[in-house]
Design a protein around this ligand. Structure first.
Ligand code: ASP
Length: 448
């Protein structure tokens, strides 16, 4: 059985077990099931896995991007990749939020709904755009890495790569070493991925046991329109772009991206999914490392189509509930704000609500309105994160194709880069061979 099937089974089993626990009220605060299973085993295994994924992000982005810059062959290409991906990311986000506003307006969601906010949502503000720009250059790269500031890390990695190129031949050994480090990180991705079926099970069992799914039915019009637009964006808008701009087959793409989507769905974090998105885009879709090492982390940070869709639908929903007419200019502001807000905020769970509070503040909608959708947001975050990373993958493929950096035979091969447990198997012979080399080197070193 391949990994995708196993992860899929883990996901469905997790949802079913979570539902059983939730519906039979076994998740009450003092129950043993809750203590040992939901908050114990499921919570711990799920968190361990998310930590393991996050652990890979910074070194993987750093090493793969330095390799990417050094191996790009023509440094001008980097500027083109940057420009194209930036424009496409903004374009897909704008399309996403415009579709969302259109659909929510057509269905007039929220009209006639009487809801009272139970929770008082206090909006946090995302950093202003000037700060986002200033922080692209890290005053302390180590601190940027410790904080996981993706744009700063990308900047530092590119600058390091360019400087290595300037040093030239003398840096050959360094380039090789970083290449090996990159390979080591990719092996680590495989090791972590091999745990996915169990971890995905635990993550979903915990979330569904805690929240249940009946929350979704309470705001049915909001949830239904939001999910419909998310699916439309994933299956129609993004696939049309892939087909028209990239001349790539959407069916193959959708089959290959499934694994990464499930990771995004279970972790609700585009950032934590970077290692899996990167592996999928390079090894399954055939995008060259020089493109993917930039577009994937860049996309995880600035491209959030699913989140933008939530903002569009939520704005119309809450404006209707409060009987506020935003008018055309109001909705145009929503589109602009959603696109801008996505640039400065990282792809982590729940960040969409922070962005939404910025949009609301801008168009004058009451912030406490966000309290109405707070309850369902955790579950919807999972779906929109899967859409977010799909957008990153589509843009990566389109940009790579346009620059002749996509291996078509890999893209077309259904088995290319497929995960196989063998990849994490440590065989005794190679282990021994490496140990022998190291021992020989040490004994030949003078003074030993
Ligand atoms: N969780 C989303 C992501 O990581 C962001 C959001 O919509 O809250 O992409």
């Amino acid at each position: 059985m391949n990994l995708t099937t196993k992860v899929l089974i883990g996901m469905i089993a997790g949802i079913i077990i979570g539902l059983i626990i939730n519906l039979s009220h076994l998740n009450t605060a003092h129950s043993l099931i809750n203590y040992y299973l939901v908050d114990g085993l499921f919570h711990t295994v799920g968190k361990l896995f998310v930590n393991a994924l996050k652990m890979l992000v910074v070194p993987l982005v750093l090493f793969s991007l330095i390799c990417g810059v050094c191996g790009i062959g023509d440094i001008k290409l980097l500027g083109r990749i940057g420009g194209k991906s930036f424009i496409l990311y903004l374009l897909t986000t704008a399309l996403a939020v415009a579709t969302a506003i259109g659909a929510a307006t057509v269905f007039d969601i929220g009209q006639g709904v009487h809801l009272v906010t139970q929770s008082n949502f206090t909006g946090k503000s995302a950093p202003p755009l000037t700060d986002v720009l200033i922080n692209i250059i890290p005053s302390n790269p180590i601190q940027a890495m410790a904080n996981g500031d993706m744009l700063s890390i990308i900047f530092f990695a590119i600058l390091t790569g360019v400087s290595i190129l300037l040093v030239g031949r003398k840096a050959e050994g360094l380039v090789e070493t970083i290449g090996v480090l990159n390979e080591v990180m990719m092996k680590m991705v495989n090791i972590v991925m091999s745990m996915a079926p169990y971890a995905v099970f635990c993550l979903l069992a915990k979330t569904v046991a805690d929240l249940g799914l009946d929350l979704l039915t309470q705001l049915i019009s909001y949830v239904a329109v939001l999910i419909a637009v998310l699916l439309f964006h994933l299956f129609v808008t993004l696939q049309t772009l892939l087909l028209v701009l990239g001349r790539l087959n959407p069916i193959i793409f959708l089959k290959k991206i499934r694994n990464a989507q499930i990771f995004a769905f279970s972790t609700s974090s585009s950032n934590a999914t970077i290692p899996v998105t990167f592996r999928t885009v390079t090894q399954r879709l055939g995008v060259d490392n020089s493109v993917a090492s930039f577009t994937v982390p860049f996309g995880a940070t600035i491209n959030m189509d699913g989140t933008a869709i939530m903002q569009g639908v939520a704005t119309v929903f809450i404006a209707n509930i409060y009987h506020i007419d935003l008018g055309l200019s109001g909705y145009l502001t929503v589109i602009a704000m959603s696109v801008l807000a996505s640039i400065g905020t990282a792809g982590v769970p729940g960040v969409g609500l922070i962005m939404l509070s910025m949009v609301f503040a801008q168009v004058g909608l009451p912030l406490e309105g966000i309290g109405l959708i707070l309850g369902v947001d955790r579950l919807l975050d999972m779906v929109r994160t899967a859409v977010n990373i799909s957008g990153d993958a589509v843009v990566s493929a389109v940009v790579a194709k346009s620059e002749g950096k996509l291996e078509q035979s890999t893209f077309n091969d259904p088995n290319a880069g497929i995960f196989d447990l063998q990849q994490t198997h440590l065989d005794q012979e190679s282990e021994k061979a490496l140990a022998d080399i190291i021992q020989q080197q040490q004994s030949s070193e003078p003074g030993r």
